[in-house]
Write a protein that binds this ligand. Sequence first.
Ligand code: IMP
Ligand code: MG
Length: 176
Amino acid sequence: MHKDVEKILVSEEVIQHRIDGLAKKVLEKGEDNIMIVVLLKGALVFAADLFRRMPVMLDLECLNVSSYHGGMESSGVVKFLDNTMPNFEGKRVVVVDDIYDTGLTMKSVCDKIEKSGALSVESCVLLAKDKKHDVEYEPDYVGFTIGDEFVIGYGLDYKGKYRNLPYIGVLKEEAI
Ligand code: IMP
Ligand code: MG
């Protein structure tokens, strides 16, 4: 375990097993016209494991969005950092993010893609915080529901660090 980690919330093994199930669920709904849209940078690790479990023809796109700006709380504003957007027309878009917190990021992204001519838009998150979200929206696929606490690892960062840990963990007080 990393020296800054207080406890492991979800182990590498448990994450990997759960992703098998998530990939299956997405494919059960259909295998055609899938476009995976990865929200950078947090969802990079999760999306890489998820879409490698989908042995079908699919498209992959990334969107650069930012709401936390490196700290421990949502700024309340979702920034789209790309100059151009992918072509979503005729696609069954599956937006992939690391964690569903206030819900603002996923809701903003899905709304935007829906207005851009996608066939349909679904959302898939590894984690969802068990709290009252700021928006009326529920992700379609959730890996794990966790308490309302700040977590790092498996793509999730604190000030840009810890994304490379293979598990989801909680930081020690002294590391913050
Ligand atoms: P939302 O817009 O509040 O739902 O926040 C979603 C984004 O905030 C995620 O894509 C993460 O990048 C970031 N985030 C939310 N909670 C955490 C956390 O506990 N640790 C690290 N990043 C988080
Ligand atoms: Mg993020």
